[in-house]
Design a protein around this ligand. Structure first.
Ligand SMILES: [Zn+2]
Ligand SMILES: [Zn+2]
Length: 169
């Protein structure tokens, strides 16, 4: 949706609040199985001495699949958003500003971009998820599977010695 900022741009000291329901279809990611609460953005845009700033939060609740262990888990997202808006820029690619088209702000595009950037990081069921054993596929969060870690060939001889000792006892 496009918001018309005509009045805001011409009235220093003014503010305009927004609430947007974002498109779950456009925010589809392999790690997100479904949204239990659709993504939405709330906040306001202020004109402070002709500097336009958008501040708000993006919220969503979703069912996810862990990138490391494939376990399903629920996650709530509460993401702060802060962006400076400009009606014109010398460098259109200036990452510090979001460029308006005339007096129009494509608010959904701005909020979706912030959301998409936040999906850069791995989706983990918990910070220290141990993932799956590369050998037997066991979920290492449930405990050790007993596989020996991949060993350095120089240590393989030692591994063999240890196996022999195991068998001796
Ligand atoms: Zn996990
Ligand atoms: Zn294993």
């Amino acid at each position: 949706m496009h918001m018309n900022l005509h009045e805001l741009i011409r009235t220093p000291g003014s503010r305009l609040s927004f609430h947007r329901e974002l498109s779950a279809d456009r925010l589809a990611f392999p790690a997100i199985l479904s949204y239990t609460e659709p993504p939405s953005g709330d906040g306001e845009i202020t004109n402070n001495a002709d500097i336009l700033t958008l501040r708000g939060r993006i919220r969503a609740a979703m069912r996810c699949r862990c990138d490391r262990c494939a376990r399903e888990f629920d996650k709530t997202l509460d993401l702060p958003v802060e962006a400076r808006l400009a009606t014109e820029l010398e460098d259109e690619d200036d990452p510090d500003y979001y460029l308006l088209r005339g007096d129009e702000l494509d608010i959904d595009d701005l909020l979706e971009s912030v959301f998409i950037l936040s999906m850069d990081q791995q989706m983990l069921c918990w910070e220290d998820c141990r993932g799956l054993c590369p050998r037997c596929g066991a979920d290492l969060n449930e405990g050790d599977c007993g596989c020996r870690p991949e060993s350095d060939p120089r240590l393989a001889v030692l591994g063999q010695l240890l196996d022999d000792i195991d068998q001796t006892f």
